[in-house]
Design a protein around this ligand. Structure first.
Ligand SMILES: NC(=O)c1ccc[n+]([C@@H]2O[C@H](COP(=O)([O-])OP(=O)(O)OC[C@H]3O[C@@H](n4cnc5c(N)ncnc54)[C@H](OP(=O)(O)O)[C@@H]3O)[C@@H](O)[C@H]2O)c1
Length: 429
């Protein structure tokens, strides 16, 4: 029997697009029993830009929407990026025409996933995004498909390789956030505008998608509580280490009877914990299911080859007809989850204070915390030379965030406390 040829339109020829075109040229029959994949059209911003592969023989589209609508496109692959603009317009055009869409675009899926899922399912067109979370490491299919027989309670992990690289380098080399970020930008590991990564927004997009898949609801990016790593001081990395922890940007989603709490914070993980051990640009994820228990995956979260492999896996699903609802449940049953008020959440914390080097200060701090209902777990004072006071660090037992924040205000008002106390969460992992 003649093999079906699937005509693939690829919009976006950057890091991921380059990886995909290279792969499809080498392995057009990669999909088991799925026929052949051939690229029949490409779109990017600049036609003349030098690329690591030859596009001179491929039909060129200035407008990705035109590529999506082209009669020569059976499957539309969106690798442009951005939650709105041309990426969204082209994905919507393809879905409206009933064409399968594969994308690596976490911003688009996190912010418009519910509407796109409704459109895709109304048109009977698959919408797949394995590469959008953890790049080449298969987290999306695992939650959407392999975990449907379980009730997931929580997902937590390291979902941004750039932040993980920066934090790892800061600890390994003793350099500041600004110095390591500058080097990462020169080496091409961080974007010229690093806000999406270091501000925690990229990780928030990804955890919003994972929360939707894990808990059978629509993505609710607007409900995510987001803090990036810009404020992580080298001193905190060193002091956390002295206490037996490593600072990681942890993205988590927890389900409780009250709703779902989605947050991204620089958090302390015990040094021996697998999340603390995931260094460099690696991504890592814990999933906790009611029946399955705990699962841990770790792998590359970005890069041309790994991410293109995840895109190719989605194309293979289209070619083999293995299609399911976009988010675990049919789009008509998807509701945004009820966000849990973060101030009510319980957790342990790390507090660093900069205090005057004089008697009675520690007693005043511990008394104030005790009065405010915060119980101290450990205490560390290091003879660190700092012009702006002596750093003291303490960790707390589990405490409601609202109680902790009120206590911080009281400590900040003490005459011997010289700076705003630095709060970091101890990861609940
Ligand atoms: N890089 C990774 O490792 C990775 C990992 C996971 C997910 N992702 C996601 O994959 C997507 C692509 O990422 P990337 O790193 O490959 O991005 P990239 O290297 O910046 O490439 C973006 C591509 O989109 C093209 N483009 C920009 N505006 C366009 C427009 N208006 N019309 C048509 N094409 C346009 C660019 O054209 P020119 O080449 O002509 O400038 C470029 O080819 C993003 O959603 C990203 O979040 C990336």
């Amino acid at each position: 029997m003649a093999q079906k040829t699937w005509r693939i339109g690829v919009a976006g020829l950057g890091t991921v697009g380059a990886g995909l075109l290279t792969f499809l040229a080498e392995r057009p029959d990669f999909a088991p029993a799925g026929g052949r994949a051939t690229v029949t059209g490409v779109s990017a911003r600049s036609r003349s830009r030098p690329r690591p592969f030859d596009i001179s023989n491929l039909p060129w589209f200035d407008d990705p929407v035109a590529l999506a609508n082209s009669p020569e496109t059976d499957v539309f692959v969106e690798l442009i990026g951005g939650s709105d603009g041309p990426a969204k317009a082209a994905v919507e055009a393809a879905l409206r025409a009933g064409k399968p869409v594969v994308t690596a675009n976490k911003a688009l899926i996190a912010e418009h996933g519910a509407d796109l899922a409704a459109l895709a399912e109304a048109k009977g067109a698959p919408l797949l995004f394995e590469a959008a979370v953890m790049g080449g490491t298969p987290a999306v299919k695992m939650l959407r498909e392999a975990m449907v027989g379980d009730d997931v309670k929580s997902v937590a992990g390291i979902l941004n390789g750039t932040c993980n690289y920066i934090l790892t380098e800061m600890e390994a080399t003793g350099r500041s956030f600004a110095e390591v970020l500058g080097e990462a930008q020169r080496l091409g590991y961080a974007e010229a505008d690093p806000t999406m990564d270091v501000g925690g927004f990229d990780a928030a997009h990804k955890i919003s998608i994972l929360a939707a898949l894990a808990f059978g609801c629509a993505p609710n990016y607007a409900a995510a509580e987001i803090e990036g790593i810009e404020g992580v001081d080298l001193l905190d990395i060193q002091l956390a280490r002295d206490l037996g922890y490593r600072i990681k940007l942890v993205a988590s989603a927890d389900r409780s009877p009250d709703g779902v709490l989605v947050r991204v914070h620089p958090s302390l993980a015990p040094l021996a914990h697998p999340l603390a051990q995931a260094g460099g640009a690696l991504n890592a994820l814990f999933i906790e299911g009611t029946r399955i228990g705990r699962i841990f995956i770790q792998g590359p979260g970005a890069g041309s080859g790994p991410t293109a492999a995840a895109v190719a896996a989605d194309i293979a699903d289209v070619m083999t007809g293995a299609v399911r609802p976009v988010f675990q449940k049919p789009a008509t049953d998807l509701k945004p989850f009820t966000p849990v008020d973060p101030s009510k959440s319980l957790g342990r914390a790390y507090l660093r204070l900069s205090v005057k080097d004089e008697p009675g200060v520690i007693a005043a701090v511990t008394e104030t915390l005790g009065d405010a209902g915060v119980s101290i777990e450990s205490f560390l004072q290091k003879p660190v030379e700092k012009a702006d006071g002596v750093p003291i660090v303490l960790t707390t037992h589990a405490v409601a965030e609202s109680v902790l924040k009120a206590a911080i205000e009281r400590i900040a008002a003490l005459p011997a406390v010289l700076d705003r106390p630095r709060l970091l969460r101890i990861a609940r992992i």
